[in-house]
Design a protein around this ligand. Structure first.
Ligand code: AMP
Ligand code: TRP
Length: 328
């Protein structure tokens, strides 16, 4: 039986948080047996904004370690670091030459990120979505499981693939984004109008996967709510809605059951119970992470085998591409 291929990527720009877990990683694990999977720590995407070398090096290892700790296993999934497979850098150049500038102008994430950045915005940041397209297309991925913020980038990838195929023949598979119906956009704790993110200045907004139980309790305790009382799923009340959604995702309960369970209870109780659910959900992952990072070689070996496997597949695709274009 020919399994379909899944590709997804995650940046090494800071600590991973519950949004990454619920919107992406957890789903990658849940579906890994059904597909051939490639999961990539996208360090070349990470350097589109300035990074400190030592921090970047540590973050790459932390992210890769957390992916393994979350249950991605070598039998089903290739886990690797993007910069170790040169084909990504080569294909992005080729795709740059078939991508109209106008398509990149429309990318909302670029607009947001470039507005936030005080220093000069790099060409790399502008080109970020094309590198993402190269990642996906190198592996003939059919499915790209991501959070809702990546939908536009996967659609662009599809457009680029289509344009390439139109010019040079049916070389690329057209991928589809796979976005979870619930959890595709986990919001910040303090500012529930904005998505939870890795950014440094908003530490209190995010529960990081390696936070201690005390940090988790304190962050959830301070989460923004509202001046009402009823604990119900109401999108008009983003703070409570977000807390309940996280609770729902981690307990697997139905919305009505959860509302009944919390009927007549206080926000304080909701927060206390949610904190314990989060702590217990992260405990096995944290334990596994500390076990596996205790042995330095273990992670290195997985990543080096991953890069080898991914590299072989990517090189093959790149040959097909260069041949079709007359570069070979
Ligand atoms: P990033 O941290 O931007 O590299 O994102 C890695 C993966 O996590 C991508 O699939 C994102 O769409 C997903 N993700 C990031 N932040 C969130 C969030 N707040 N809610 C849900 N998914 C998210
Ligand atoms: N841009 C994605 C993010 O920030 C990360 C990423 C890079 C990615 N390459 C990818 C995701 C390929 C899916 C497929 O979340």
């Amino acid at each position: 039986m020919n399994k379909k291929t899944v590709f997804s990527g995650i940046q090494a720009s800071g600590h991973l948080h519950l949004g990454n877990y619920l919107g992406a990683i957890r789903n990658w694990k849940a579906m890994q047996e059904e597909y051939n999977n490639y999961f990539c720590v996208v360090d070349l995407h990470t350097i589109t904004v300035p990074q400190h070398p030592a921090e970047l090096r540590a973050n790459i290892r932390e992210v890769a370690g957390l992916l393994i700790a979350a249950g991605l296993d070598e039998e089903h999934s290739v886990v690797f670091v993007q910069s170790k497979v040169r084909a990504h850098s080569e294909l992005v150049w080729i795709l740059n030459c078939v991508t109209p500038m106008g398509w990149l102008h429309r990318m909302t994430q670029f607009k947001e990120k470039s507005e936030k950045q005080k220093e000069e915005v790099s060409v790399g940041l502008y080109d970020y979505p094309v590198l993402q397209a190269a990642d996906i297309l190198l592996y003939d991925a059919h499915l790209v499981p991501v959070g809702a913020d990546q939908k536009q980038h996967v659609e662009l990838c599809r457009d680029i693939a289509q344009r390439f195929n139109h010019r040079y023949g049916e070389i690329f598979v057209l991928p589809d984004a796979l976005i979870p119906p619930v959890g595709g956009r986990v919001m910040g704790l303090i500012n529930p109008e904005k998505k939870m993110s890795k950014s440094e200045e908003k530490q209190e907004d995010s529960v990081f996967l390696l936070d201690t139980p005390d940090q988790i309790r304190s962050k959830i305790k301070r989460a923004t709510t509202d001046s009402r009382k009823e604990i119900v799923f109401d999108e008009e009340r983003p703070g409570i809605y977000n807390l309940l959604t996280i609770y729902q995702l981690l307990t697997g309960g139905k919305r009505e059951q959860i509302e009944t369970y919390f009927e007549g209870k206080s926000y304080k109780t909701l927060k206390e119970e949610l904190a314990e659910v989060v702590i217990e959900s992260l405990r096995p992952l944290q334990q596994k992470y500390f076990d596996l990072t205790g042995d330095n070689n273990f992670l290195d070996q997985i990543l080096s085998r991953g890069a080898e496997q991914a590299g072989a597949r990517a090189e093959k695709k790149l040959r097909q591409v260069t041949e079709a274009m007359g570069l070979r």
